[in-house]
Design a protein around this ligand. Sequence first.
Ligand SMILES: [Zn+2]
Ligand SMILES: [Zn+2]
Length: 78
Amino acid sequence: MHPSFLLSKTDFYSLFGTGCHGCEFPIEAGDKFLEALGYTWHDTCFVCAVCCSSLEGQTFFSKKDKPLCKKHTHTVKI
Ligand SMILES: [Zn+2]
Ligand SMILES: [Zn+2]
C-alpha cells in the first residue's frame, strides 16, 4: 500500500470525523458521498425513507432528518 494513501486517509477522517448518516458506517476515502440536510451520506444511502429510491441529484424533502422523495413527502408522518 502506498504511504501517501494512508496519509490521505488519516486526513480524510480528521476532516470529516463522522460516518454516513444513513448507515452510520464511516465514509472511506474513495467512497462516493454527498452532503445534504447538514449530514454526510454515501451516495447509495441517501434514499427516500419510504421507497428507498435514490435521491442523488433529485428533488427531495425531509422530515426529522429523514430524506423523502417528492412522492412520499406528504404521505409520511414521522
Ligand atoms: Zn451509508
Ligand atoms: Zn419515496
